[in-house]
Design a binder for this molecule. Structure first.
Ligand SMILES: Cc1ncc(COP(=O)(O)O)c(C=O)c1O
Length: 438
């Protein structure tokens, strides 16, 4: 399809998580997408190495999803989800529950990963309060975690730049250490070293008292901060400590969910069942904004049974919770995942993907590669200032026809689960072509 290049004024749009002045001086515009590729307004083809932003697991512009959204908007464009419901919200909740470990089957819809995280935090507080343990108000998370940008998620996150400007009025969080250690360098899959880092939770329990802690939030694989795969035994140990002390375990699966780790969720890949799962991104294949929080039925039941009859049990929700178009997109996306067996497909492609990427280890600028499933991180030796080289590299990669997400000096690679080996080859060639110049 030819795309016409129209001059556009870049002034008014204040872009998120972007050095605006740098972008506007050297814009990287995307005008069209299909399958594994983007196209720039002047028609240049760009391989998508990060599934958009870990969103588009089934590839871009899936007709089935677009048509489902179109039909939905003509049939029922909007209804509140407060005191009203529409069939697709219930159908999608059922479908999502069917992908999760048994027992995690009550699904609350939101519009993004950040909303999912803050919703889950509120759910934890409200649940403890309902069962007479309202003193549990402290959260535990990790350094180098990313849990979105709302105030709760910022407090949980362990990234200095995301916190620094926003003061100290954040919800109380104690941070465990992150799980990457230098001994883990160039590990494919779960590292052997680092299980002892889970004892940080025991230290926090010893310091604050178990009965002050509401929940532990972790990403099964810390995604946005560079793909930190959990050491063997680490998540199991967190689960055990949480069980011993009545603390809820929340897996933030906003990136890991929907096949990224080779199973529907990281919980199944690592065989550790949390109490609550947050998700977003690929729930609609990125075609509509949507997130969700799935809770154990026992959490839901406690909330139902302790609230007076006929009253709202959880004082929380968004105007666009369970938006009909998002639900239609979600149902269509999950249909594609199932019909095309994309989670299995990702699991099968993982070895080729990781083996190919690990061949980049010979490049002097590459200081580490990690990965699991269809998710990998490449550390680049920093330049003059931390993050400057990573930023420069993502621009050069785009110019060379490859889109990848970078955080600081790490590139985060996550091709769509429809990727063929030829796409992986192209991805690695383009990475090599740019990285060898450093
Ligand atoms: C683990 C995790 N949680 C939460 C979020 C926030 O999601 P959103 O950008 O949709 O608000 C992200 C985004 O990358 C994420 O990776």
């Amino acid at each position: 399809m030819p795309t016409t290049v129209q001059p556009i004024d870049l002034g008014a749009h204040w872009m998120p998580f972007t050095p605006n002045r740098d972008f506007k001086a050297e814009p990287k515009l995307v005008a069209r997408a299909e399958g594994m590729y983007y196209w720039t307004p002047d028609g240049k083809k760009v391989l998508d190495g990060s599934s958009g932003l870990f969103t588009s697991a089934a590839g871009h512009c899936r007709k089935e999803i677009a048509e489902a959204v179109h039909r939905q908007l003509l049939e029922l464009d909007y209804t509140p989800s407060f005191l009203r419901g529409h069939p697709k919200a219930f159908q999608l909740a059922e479908k999502v529950a069917g992908l999760l470990p048994a027992g995690i089957n009550r699904v609350f819809f939101v519009n993004s990963g950040s909303e999912a995280v803050d919703t889950a935090m509120k759910m934890c507080l409200a649940y403890h309060r309902a069962r007479g343990e309202g003193q549990r108000t402290l959260f535990v998370s990790r350094e180098r975690a990313y849990h979105g940008v709302n105030f709760g998620g910022v407090a949980l996150s362990g990234m200095v730049k995301n916190r620094q400007a926003f003061g100290f009025g954040l919800p109380p969080v104690a941070h465990m250490r992150q799980t990457w250690t230098p001994e883990q360098r160039f590990t494919k899959g779960q590292p052997e070293q680092g299980v002892g880092l889970a004892e940080d939770l025991q230290r926090i329990i010893n310091l604050y008292g178990a009965d002050t802690i509401a929940a532990v939030f972790v990403e099964p694989i810390a995604g946005s901060t560079g793909v930190l795969v959990p050491p063997k035994g680490y998540l199991e140990r967190l689960r055990k400590l949480c069980d011993q002390h009545g603390i809820l375990l929340v897996f933030d699966e906003v990136i890991c969910g929907f096949g990224r780790t080779g199973k529907p969720f990281g919980a199944q890949s690592f065989n550790v069942t949390p109490d609550i799962v947050t998700m977003a991104k690929a729930i609609t294949n990125g075609a509509q904004p949507m997130g969700a929080v799935a809770a154990r039925q026992s959490i839901y039941d406690t909330m139902m049974e302790t609230a007076p009859e006929g009253t709202v049990e959880f004082f929380h929700g968004y105007t666009f919770s369970a938006h009909p178009a998002a639900c239609a997109a979600g149902l269509a996306a999950l249909d594609i995942y199932e019909r095309e067996r994309l989670f299995e497909r990702g699991a099968q492609m993982s070895a080729y993907f990781l083996d190919s990427l690990f061949e980049l280890a010979d490049l002097p600028v590459v200081t580490d590669i990690r990965g699991y499933g269809m998710l990998a991180g490449i550390d680049i030796a920093p330049g003059a200032k931390p993050g400057a080289r990573g930023h420069e590299i993502q621009k050069r990669l785009f110019d060379a026809g490859l889109h990848v997400k970078t955080t600081g000096d790490a590139a985060i690679i996550a091709p769509a689960l429809i990727a063929e080996s030829a796409h992986i080859d192209e991805l690695c060639e383009k990475l090599r072509g740019v990285l060898k110049g450093y």
